[in-house]
Design a protein around this ligand. Structure first.
Ligand code: 9MR
Ligand code: 9MR
Length: 856
């Protein structure tokens, strides 16, 4: 991690070395404090190397190649940050080591940031024969929560180059159990931190061990109670580890902002009752894809200054570029490909056909579904802020084409598609795309990638038919060629161990990709050869759709969805597919009814997996289609439950969508949005989705911070935690599909209907005013309290007021009811007034209880 530069630990040389074991107050629990000390995974992460040192894992050891000629031991370092140390506790630091040429090596513990205080260090002589070394010390510093503690090996001060290898590095000690650190505070009243849509159910979760119903109250932004009721106790919810009650406040349906739900002393984050946020999210979730574009400058006029950047991977140094990329050395394919363009997959700079395929399909399917069953004008030209926004083509198609063109470029001369193109080695965080200096390499072609290309090119050919006939024909030809090539190479599987410099995306079952591609080709051409392959497939008629849904490695349901939307199959078979979607949707609803935090997610076999949020949203797509196919409102409500979980009704009180909600994901694992590592870089832009809880804890930061977590709590907003907090195109495509659908179902009223009217009548003179204010309840229910708000346009200052509690902050004025005039029945008015100094025109806009009023 070059972002947190390894520090010298020079001070450790001065630190008191207590090589003898000191008695610690609390009982030792033998907690291991370093991560990946065995290097068994083949990865060096999270060990870093300092200047003049290259480190890599070979033969299960971490080997550091050190450039000679440095002066001090600390001039050449490898180490690990975030190691927890507790003051006064005893630690045993041990490791195996060998060196090509014998030399002294100092093992040190200390502080990773200024002032770099040392805890302990000890020098050993490391020789060509591997030996085990060990020493024990007491910590003089306190970093109990894996903050700025560090261990390092000082390898410098030698005249010549040398290689030093370490293994089985261990620091055991301390009393505080590892894990349990979540910097995001959790609430006891869990709500969607963004919004509930008027007219739809509104549910929340209360964390409480009480066995009897609890009273909840809903307050509006003025603090007035607008609804109350009783919770329903549900007991312990194993997936979250919380004891929970359910709260249903659906009966309250007044649009507004800043509502808060409370039980006793505990309050939720504020939220809106409004359709506006989901209508914004429909576009923000799609904007993600422009941000991820490779091979083109990302321009400030579309994304704002902080997200603008030069084109990445176009052969401008230090990029080695995607203009003419060779295959990996071991493949010797004999050609190079121009594979510029496409979207970066995620926080890395890889571009993968498997995954690019499902992401593109899902965007195009949102468009196709809307064209057939909904409202495709939502995606019209001008709907997104992208360079193609006024070319006469729907913007969703323009954005998708950026990737479709890339997928076409990945097709080899024989019709097969290369599985992926990415860096030869992993780059550090942060690395801006245009500063990536790694060589780019094509991996081998694979059956799965070829079928992804066939499926998406066939789907796209259909959608561009009336938009660009030439392009449509090119796409169909590429799809046919790919499908034929895949049938000739039906078992060319990607290497599951090919995870250096890019993800593997290996998939050992491709019957589902065959079904998906054949379905798309059938839908586009109606030809009998494709029909035969579709109907003969074991996946036919949604046979493999279940609560597991679909994902990049399990794509059969994508074929089912297309076949249910596009004419081509016998009516009875279409009915069977639709029926299966309803059946699986019912299974989701049944399971959700028993959950503390209702989520269309089946954790029964694998727990919460990498990218669980995308599975939740893909299953929400299944629910949405079940609603489309049957009209049943229960399925629609299930879709919104899934969105509520994603936006904060979860045990971490966190919205996994950046920019949405008061406590939203910020520190995505991303090489450009790496603000956590470099404050000059931006945070994740609004509308990007975190991968979400992953009980497998497959990265060192998640392991260090989250060990022992209940499944739904295995998430942390940390840039290093890539197995829980990365972003990815196939995850944002799911958010785009679902938010687009939800926006369509959120009705026409986007601004809350006014239920108040305010008349402001003032006598003004050069340096003062006297005003009377008439507030009328024009709504249909009585107010039990009210609070007026307005802004003085000039320098007016309130001096006295009557018939209300008046106050002024800056130019903002508020007036709250007194005990005798709080109740206002529909159609009735209340009269208040004020005297003031200063000058200015009368205020023109007023709110009552947070809602904008009609001005009389
Ligand atoms: O940054 C990489 C992320 O995009 C991938 O999803 C993840 C799994 O393939 O790997 C991340 O890269 C890490 C690599 O696996 C091990 N060395 C450190 C890399 C950066 O954190
Ligand atoms: O989404 C992928 C997930 O299903 C896998 O378990 C994980 C490890 O192989 O890889 C995920 O995909 C990553 C890819 O390999 C590299 N780019 C970032 C992707 C999201 O983390």
């Amino acid at each position: 991690m070059r972002s947190q530069p390894p520090r010298l630990l020079a001070a450790t040389l001065l630190a008191v070395l207590t090589a003898t074991s000191l008695q610690s107050a609390a009982a030792a629990a033998d907690y291991e404090r370093v991560l990946n000390g065995t290097f068994d995974s083949g990865s060096a992460d999270p060990w870093w190397a300092g200047a003049g040192v290259t480190h890599r894992v070979t033969g299960g050891e971490l080997c550091a190649a050190v450039t000679g000629g440095t002066t001090n031991p600390w001039d050449a370092l490898i180490g690990q940050n975030g190691v927890p140390f507790e003051e006064g506790q005893s630690y045993t630091f041990s490791f195996d080591a060998r060196a090509t040429t014998a030399q002294p090596v100092t093992a040190a513990a200390g502080e990773s940031v200024s002032p770099y205080r040392g805890i302990a260090s000890k020098q050993f002589t490391v020789s060509p024969e591997k030996q085990r070394f060990s020493f024990t010390f007491t910590s003089t510093l306190d970093f109990p929560d894996a903050g700025n503690g560090q261990v390092a090996f000082q390898l410098g001060g030698q005249p010549s180059d040398n290689t030093i290898c370490v293994d089985n590095v261990s620091v055991i000690g301390g009393v505080k159990p590892p894990g349990g650190v979540n910097p995001n505070p959790t609430k006891k009243v869990q709500v969607d931190l963004v919004a509930y849509v008027p007219g739809l159910p509104k549910r929340a979760t209360l964390v409480s061990t009480a066995t009897t119903p609890q009273t909840w109250t809903l307050k509006n932004s003025a603090g007035a109670t607008v609804a109350s009721g009783q919770s329903t106790p549900k007991g312990l919810d194993a997936t979250s580890g919380d004891s929970v009650h359910l709260i249903d406040f659906s009966s309250f349906d007044t649009a507004g902002t800043g509502y808060v739900l409370s039980v006793g002393e505990d309050s939720s984050f504020p939220f809106d009752i409004s359709a506006d946020p989901v209508k914004r999210l429909r576009y923000d979730s799609l904007a993600f894809f422009y941000h991820q574009r490779s091979g083109t400058p990302i321009e400030a006029q579309y994304v704002g200054e902080e997200y603008a950047r030069p084109a990445g991977h176009v052969n401008v140094a230090p990029n080695q570029g995607d203009n003419n990329v060779p295959c990996r050395a071991d493949l010797a394919c004999g050609y190079t490909l121009d594979v510029r363009g496409g979207w970066y997959d995620a926080g890395d700079h890889g571009k993968y056909v498997v995954n690019g395929g499902i992401a593109t399909w899902q965007l195009l399917n949102a468009y196709e579904r809307a064209s057939v069953l909904g409202d495709a004008t939502a995606y019209r030209d001008g709907s997104l802020n992208i360079p193609e926004k006024s070319n006469g083509v729907p913007d969703l198609l323009d954005e998708a084409r950026w990737e479709v063109d890339f997928l076409l470029k990945m097709q080899a001369p024989d019709g097969m598609a290369h599985h992926k193109i990415h860096d030869a080695n992993w780059t550090a965080l942060p690395t801006r795309p245009e500063l990536d200096d790694q060589p780019r390499r094509l991996s081998a072609t694979s059956t799965a990638a070829t079928l992804n290309l066939a499926a998406v090119a066939a789907q796209a050919s259909r959608l561009w038919k009336g938009v660009d006939a030439t392009y449509s024909a090119t796409l169909l030809a590429a799809a046919r060629k790919a499908y034929t090539a895949a049938k000739a190479n039906p078992a060319k599987l990607a290497d599951p161990n090919d995870g250096t410099g890019g993800g593997a995306y290996s998939d050992d079952t491709v019957t589902d990709e065959f079904y998906w591609a054949a379905s798309e080709l059938l839908a586009t051409t109606g030809e009998s050869t494709y029909r035969t392959d579709v109907t003969a497939s074991p996946h036919y008629k949604a046979a493999s759709l279940n609560r597991g849904g679909f994902h990049w490695g399990g794509t059969a349901p994508l074929g089912d969805i297309t076949l249910a939307l596009v004419p081509g199959l016998p009516a009875a078979d279409v009915t069977a597919i639709k029926q299966k979607f309803a059946t699986v949707a019912d299974e989701h609803l049944t399971a959700m009814a028993a959950m503390g935090y209702a989520t269309p997610y089946d954790n029964s076999t694998a727990g919460y997996v990498w990218g669980s949020n995308s599975t939740v949203l893909n299953n929400a797509q299944v629910l949405a289609l079940a609603h489309d196919f049957t009209g049943a409102t229960k399925y629609r409500d299930g879709v919104f439950e899934a969105l509520h979980y994603i936006q904060g009704r979860n045990p971490l009180s966190t919205s996994y969508v950046a920019g949405y909600g008061d406590q939203a994901m910020v520190n995505a694992h991303h090489r450009f949005w790496a603000h956590q590592n470099d404050p000059t870089l931006p945070i994740a832009p609004a509308g990007s989705l975190s991968g979400g809880p992953n009980s497998g804890l497959q990265d060192p930061v998640a392991q260090r911070l989250l060990t022992g977590c209940p499944q739904q709590k295995c998430w942390v907003d940390d840039i290093g935690a890539y197995s829980v907090n990365e972003v990815a195109i196939n995850w944002n495509s799911a958010l785009a599909w679902v938010s687009g659908w939800a926006a369509e179902k959120s009705g026409g009223t986007t601004t809350p209907k006014s239920d108040c009217e305010v008349g402001f009548t003032a006598h003004r003179w050069s340096d003062g005013l006297s005003a009377s204010v008439k507030i009328t309840n024009t709504g249909s229910s009585a107010w039990s309290s009210w609070k007026l708000g307005f802004t003085f346009p000039g320098t007016q200052r309130l001096t006295t007021g009557w018939s209300a509690t008046w106050s002024q902050t800056g130019q903002e004025v508020s007036a709250a009811n007194l005990s005798w005039n709080g109740k206002v029945d529909p159609g009735k008015s209340v009269y208040i007034g004020l005297n003031g100094s200063g000058a200015g025109t009368d205020p023109t806009s007023f709110t009552v209880n947070g809602k904008t009023c009609k001005t009389a």
